[in-house]
Design a protein. Structure first.
Length: 136
């Protein structure tokens, strides 16, 4: 028996090349991400007075973070109580906090004033080291 083809088979060449280049060509999401990064760099990163200022990345349509004021106050009081057990460590931690306050990295929050808008506080903690010059 003999099979004779009278017309050429239909081959989806574009599909064939896509299969052959899996992992080689960038996906559409990667290209979009690159474009989004370029837009972010152009609109959200600035250099002023020899210092870079960068806006935080935000996920679009993300619900606002809940207020964590009470949690942050409790954690801070607990950390201070723990640090007071070692006066040297407490003093070093205080020095670090005061330096960050002077440099404008952090700001003081009045415990008696509740903000009128939602606020989510960034909690902090010390990392202990076994070095005398920088114990925390």
């Amino acid at each position: 028996m003999l099979n004779v083809i009278t017309s050429p088979p239909t081959i989806d060449v574009e599909r064939f090349w896509k299969l052959e280049s899996i992992g080689i060509t960038p996906e559409v999401d990667e290209i979009t991400g690159t474009n989004e990064m370029k837009t972010y760099m152009a609109t959200c990163v600035s250099l002023k007075d020899n210092q870079y200022s960068v806006k935080l990345l935000w996920k679009e349509d993300h619900p606002p973070l809940p207020s964590n004021y009470d949690v942050s106050v409790r954690r801070t009081h607990s950390m201070v109580k723990h640090l007071r057990r070692d006066p040297f460590l407490f003093r070093k931690y205080d020095d670090i906090i005061n330096e960050q306050l002077e440099r404008g990295f952090i700001e003081a929050v009045d415990e008696d004033t509740q903000p009128s808008h939602p606020v989510h506080y960034i909690l902090h903690h010390g990392v202990r080291k076994d070095w005398m010059t920088t114990p925390i």
